[in-house]
Write a protein that binds this ligand. Structure first.
Ligand code: SF4
Ligand code: SF4
Length: 344
């Protein structure tokens, strides 16, 4: 396996990066309310063609950022050399090169692995469209913003949540006609998907979350596996093949064969499967136990093997991540991305 790819897998799955005492990051610290680092300060570390977003700390961490006398950065792991050259990439909003907004981290559902609704209420970042547009304008002045993405928990009702997405997408589309826009909503009807497309979204992510119905029932007790599958079909009709993504979280007791079967099924439908390793932390651990989920330890080798399986499924159906312009495949910070991190 390519050395830097192995390092990306180790870094992605590992613990926090500790910064030298008194070291000030050359860019703003990201405080996310969604994704694997939700609730913590984080920064993006890049090396070669790879990048990884990591929780940062001035205390103990599995990885240590080292700054030499000329200001050059490297990284050690448990005190041993790990990466000779590291760069820190600026985060626009949550992700490098993209303004990714969480419209509301609260959620009326109870997915066992999800930490967004558990964040301290003081971190509530319910965003109005005016506030989003102000933040986006500010970001455009400071950075080369390549895309805008939206996610959200479900607050009030699914209809109301979709309304908020539509309003935000429409406002961005009106102001920036050429900006790629990605949405990661929870939807419950074909009409919801059509409204998001009509408002100006280019890419949509509707998450299946697990490869099997029985695991889904444990992990997402309020949601409906078959409904998500049907909505993914509708999404491909409306957004087109390759413009629809569905996240699958692995490490919750499924087999590799389960993942292979579901990825083949999604790709045959024209949906890009996004693989994400389950991250167990102090916020979701008890909920996972209570839900009866028996997680497995994910090794770097497993993460790479599964990404190769994911790439093979996409290739069999003429799909690629290379055309994705928004959300996680464009960001590449939390997972091993086929066709970009892994090359043919
Ligand atoms: S629907 Fe589930 S995964 Fe999405 S924000 Fe709500 S609890 Fe989290
Ligand atoms: S890969 Fe996705 S979840 Fe991770 S930082 Fe990027 S946009 Fe956020």
């Amino acid at each position: 396996m390519e050395e830097d790819l192995r390092r990306k897998a180790v870094l992605t799955l590992g613990g926090a990066v500790s910064l030298p005492e008194g070291y000030v990051l050359p860019c703003r610290v990201s405080h996310s309310t969604a994704g694997p680092g939700a609730g913590s300060g984080s920064a993006v570390f890049a090396f070669g063609r790879f990048r990884v977003k990591k929780t940062i700390t001035y205390g103990e961490g599995e990885f240590q950022l080292v700054v030499d006398e000329k200001g050059r950065l490297s990284m050690t792991r448990k005190g041993k050399p790990f990466m000779r050259r590291v760069r820190i990439e600026p985060v626009v909003r949550h992700a490098p090169e993209q303004a990714f907004f969480n419209l509301d981290p609260r959620c009326m559902y109870r997915c066992a692995y999800c930490t967004s609704p558990l964040l301290d209420p003081s971190e509530d970042k319910h965003l109005s469209v005016d506030r989003i547009m102000d933040m986006l304008e500010e970001s455009m002045l400071l950075h080369d913003v390549k895309c805008v993405s939206f996610t959200s928990g479900v607050v009030g009702s699914v209809d109301e949540t979709v309304d908020r997405f539509v309003e935000a997408v429409r406002a961005v589309r009106e102001r920036y006609p050429d900006m790629p826009i990605g949405v990661e909503p929870y939807v419950s009807s074909r009409e919801h998907i059509q409204r998001l497309k009509d408002a100006g979204a280019d890419e949509i992510k509707i998450n299946l979350e697990t490869p099997r119905r029985d695991l889904f029932a444990k992990a997402c007790p309020d949601l409906d596996y078959d409904a998500v599958m049907d909505l993914l079909r509708d999404a491909v009709d409306i957004f087109g093949r390759g413009n629809v993504v569905s996240n699958i979280i692995y490490g919750m007791g499924e087999t590799d064969a389960d993942l292979d079967i579901i990825m083949e099924r999604l790709c045959r439908m024209g949906v890009l499967p996004g693989l994400r390793a389950l991250r167990v932390n102090e916020m979701n651990k008890q909920r996972l136990i209570d839900a009866g989920i028996r997680w497995t330890k994910i090794t770097p080798q497993k993460a790479v093997d599964l990404a190769e399986m994911q790439m093979a499924a996409m290739k069999r159906h003429g799909l690629t991540t290379e055309n994705c312009r928004t959300m996680c495949f464009a960001c590449r910070c939390c997972d091993i991305v086929p066709f970009i991190d892994i090359r043919e």
